[in-house]
Unconditional design. Structure first.
Lengths: 134, 114
């Protein structure tokens, strides 16, 4: 997908559809769509810097146990361990820096993988087991 | 739906009624411009009615914080009115609930500026 806000909207819509089809409630759908939107914005804006020569790659899957969304960019990469804590008193009034925190807070698992070049984020939301199934 | 902003005056307080999404791009820019316009005119008391804001992302949260600090740095005040559940939950999650002065009813909010 192109590194545009239109792609971000499309990925957000696809995530909401995935969550809806999985039977999740409104709060959970909102959490997933928002986390995916933040990850897509990071890929398009901070990763690929809106460069039309760079793409983002997105996959969305319902494995039956989890919803798994993967978003990869072709940017310079970043170290998630170096992202300042937005809840720290000295950072509370900063205008930026809440995206990764929100993604981590709203999803059950978040995995970062460095590519060459770029970063891949995998977002996981566990699905509640269906009654009667093991 | 993008963000729409309606402005009215109540007892010297400018109430900005926001409706729609405050997100990266259009919504955030509209809010920034509206705040800049008000502070440029010397408005000292600003109340943001978020009752019809159904979505806000990290950029929108950042814009609220920037609006708050911009107004405060000019010796003026910006407060929030009527949070939707989604916005309320996000402000709690990000601890911004502790930063803003937040009201559920307009009369109390207006009175708090005096």
């Amino acid at each position: 997908m192109n590194s545009t806000m239109k792609s971000v909207e499309e990925v957000e819509t696809a995530a909401d559809r995935l969550a809806t089809e999985a039977g999740l409630d409104e709060d959970q759908r909102f959490h997933i769509a928002m986390a995916v939107r933040e990850a897509a914005i990071n890929a398009v804006l901070h990763g690929n810097e809106y460069d039309p020569g760079r793409q983002i790659e997105v996959s969305l899957e319902n494995t039956g146990k989890d919803l798994v969304i993967t978003i990869a960019d072709q940017g310079r990469g970043f170290d998630p361990g170096k992202v300042p804590d937005p809840l720290a008193q000295e950072n509370l009034l900063r205008g930026t820096g809440r995206g990764i925190f929100l993604i981590r807070s709203l999803m059950d698992e978040v995995h970062f993988r460095q590519l060459d070049p770029g970063t891949e984020l995998t977002l996981v939301k566990h699905l509640a087991p269906v009654a009667g199934k093991k | 739906m993008a963000l729409s902003i309606a402005s009215r005056e109540v007892d010297g307080v400018t109430v900005l009624e926001l409706s729609g999404r405050i997100t990266l791009g259009e919504g955030s820019v509209q809010l920034r411009d509206a705040i800049r316009d008000l502070t440029g005119k010397g408005q000292r008391s600003i109340l943001l009615d978020l009752g019809d804001v159904n979505y806000i992302d990290s950029s929108g949260l950042g814009e609220l914080v920037s609006a708050y600090t911009t107004v405060k740095n000019q010796g003026a005040a910006l407060k929030l009115l009527k949070l939707t559940k989604k916005v309320h939950d996000l402000l709690q999650l990000t601890k911004l609930y502790t930063v803003f002065d937040i009201y559920d009813d307009e009369a109390s909010a207006i009175a708090s500026f005096k």
